[in-house]
Design a protein around this ligand. Structure first.
Ligand code: NAD
Length: 311
């Protein structure tokens, strides 16, 4: 019997699909590395989300593992090289969460530009913030997308059609469809940072993109500009960002992801009024989780059928 270890909660419909296809499913909530290294023995498939970490140690202690399935996108919690070297496949369901992350990105842009969280905090203290809460409109402003893949493109579309923003983008490849449909302009990274009123990050985290936005890059941005990061915390050098926000190199930031998660209590970011923080909730919607759970289960069933382990 095919055995799958579900190591981070996925939608019950996904579990149902696995069981209907005679897969033996065991569910465990985000185990620690040592526990996962023990638990993984005997399993043919492993399902994770952005947690737990699937390290070399875990992969090396697996005896039957054929496939690691990520219920979503972004495989930076998986040692893909270690998996490859053992012939273990890594699969994702990248489309499932695009809309949810794009909508959160737009939400953070508006929240920072209009100081929504600041007003909320002040009002709960009995203050009526008015003059201190003057913001800016997004209409007509320049949105700089870093990484024009699924999520970056979805953000660009909402921003263009819904908010009448002008789109510039930097990505490893040109996107003729974005240029044609949205009149988006391709710019080298430094030019994008100098030009944009809102910079939004959508590249994956890897050795090339780690600290892509550092002190030098933040200094290129307009003093009036805001930075949004719903991709991965490690793409931005947090210490440099804190400095940029404290010293007014940029006007504000909206962050869903952090170099250290959960963000430590009393982290300098939590002391700054010009920052809106969310707790890695980009894909945390009913719709995205249902899609991710169903799609990851269907993909695994197809995978094991192709390997002739299921009928
Ligand atoms: P994608 O692969 O469709 O898009 C990534 C884009 O970045 C591609 O266009 C690629 O060409 C570009 N790119 C890659 N490396 C680059 C580099 N070094 N320089 C410039 N461009 C580069 O991925 P996606 O589905 O749009 O997802 C993007 C990221 O969003 C994921 O990797 C994940 O880290 C993050 N994400 C976050 C959440 C959340 O909960 N906040 C949820 C889902 C995804």
């Amino acid at each position: 019997m095919v055995k799958v270890l579900v190591a981070s909660r996925i939608h019950e419909k996904g579990i149902g699909i696995l069981r209907e296809n005679n897969i033996d499913v065991y569910i465990v909530e985000e185990p620690r590395e040592e526990d996962l290294a023990e638990l993984i023995k005997g399993y043919h498939g492993l399902i994770v989300r952005s947690k737990p970490l699937v390290t070399r140690k875990v992969i090396e202690s697996a005896d039957k593992l054929m496939v690691i399935a990520r219920a979503g996108v972004g495989v930076d919690n998986i040692d893909v090289e270690a998996a490859k070297s053992k012939g273990i496949d890594v699969i994702t369901v990248p489309e499932a969460t695009t809309t949810s992350v794009a909508e959160l990105t737009i939400g953070l842009m508006i929240a920072v530009a209009r100081k929504i969280s600041f007003c909320d905090r002040e009002m709960r203290k009995g203050v009526w913030p008015k003059k201190q809460a003057e913001g800016f409109e997004l209409n007509g402003k320049i949105l700089g997308i870093i990484g024009a893949g699924r999520i970056g493109s979805a953000v660009a579309k909402i921003a263009k059609h819904g908010l009448n923003m002008q789109i510039v983008y930097y990505s490893s490849t040109r996107k003729p469809s974005l240029e044609k449909e949205l009149g988006a302009r391709y710019l080298p990274l430094d030019d994008l940072l100098r030009t944009a009123d809102v910079v939004s990050i959508h590249v994956p985290l890897n050795s090339e993109t780690r600290h892509m936005i550092n002190e030098e890059k933040l200094k290129l941005m307009k003093k009036s500009a805001i930075l949004i990061n719903t991709s991965r915390g490690g793409i931005v050098d947090t210490n440099a960002l804190v400095k940029a926000l404290q010293e007014g190199w940029i006007a504000g930031a909206g962050l869903d992801v952090y170099e250290e998660e959960p963000l430590p209590k009393d982290h300098p970011l939590t002391k700054l009024e010009n920052v809106v923080l969310t707790s890695h909730i980009g894909a945390s919607t009913h719709e995205a989780q249902e899609r991710a759970g169903i799609q990851v289960a269907e993909k695994l069933v197809q995978y094991f059928k192709a390997k002739k382990l299921l009928q």
